[in-house]
Write a protein that binds this ligand. Structure first.
Ligand code: ZN
Length: 199
């Protein structure tokens, strides 16, 4: 694996190792999940994005850098840039399920599935299928259920298996109300009426 060079978004020290924590200031500089973003203020997210974008110029295919940058872009609502990062992550590390899951989310571009064009919905469904093949998680099935409910069911279109199948799968693999609310919060979309209740 190539060693990346990154300026620490917190103390600006040049870091040239593949560690996730800055050896100078001790800060976690490789954001690997949405929950680690909660510790960072919105203003600081921009510093992280700047550091990642800079490092990506020399290491455009570094999967960890793309994941970190994608998470930051997504939390800022810049879905097209987030999608580009996650798709590069898929190209360089196709066996990770997370990048497929978040790519499916980015395709909505902050809008509901109902008003998104079919081409994008079908691409998102393909990404989620890939994520589920790699790792069967409740939340992946829940997002799949949302796409199939809000787009297919509400437009009276047929798709097999339908959203009910994915809702039951979501619950048999386990999904909490908190996970669901976090998901819709990231999508910047309201949970469709009646959807949580049928869950
Ligand atoms: Zn530092």
């Amino acid at each position: 694996m190539e060693v990346r060079v990154l300026a620490c978004p917190h103390c600006a020290a040049k870091i040239s190792s593949n560690a996730k924590v800055c050896e100078y200031c001790g800060y976690e500089y490789m954001i690997s999940s949405f929950s680690s973003l909660l510790k960072i203020g919105r203003q600081d997210i921009n510093k992280y994005v700047a550091a990642y974008s800079d490092a990506l110029k020399t290491n455009p295919n570094d999967p960890s850098l793309n994941r970190s940058a994608g998470i930051c872009f997504m939390s800022l609502g810049i879905y097209d840039k987030a999608l580009a990062c996650f798709e590069r992550q898929i190209d360089s590390n196709p066996e990770g399920s997370f990048a497929y899951y978040v790519s499916a989310m980015c395709l909505l571009n902050g809008k509901s599935a109902f008003i998104t064009e079919k081409k994008k919905i079908d691409k998102a469904i393909e990404y989620l299928k890939a994520a589920i093949v790699i790792e069967e998680k409740g939340i992946y099935h829940y997002l799949m259920a949302y796409f199939k409910y809000d787009y297919y069911k509400r437009k009276f279109l047929k798709i097999e298996p339908d959203y009910n199948y994915h809702l039951s799968a979501a619950h048999s693999f386990g999904v909490s109300t908190e996970d669901i609310l976090d998901l819709f919060n990231l999508l910047k979309v309201e949970v469709p009426k009646g959807f949580l209740e049928t869950a």
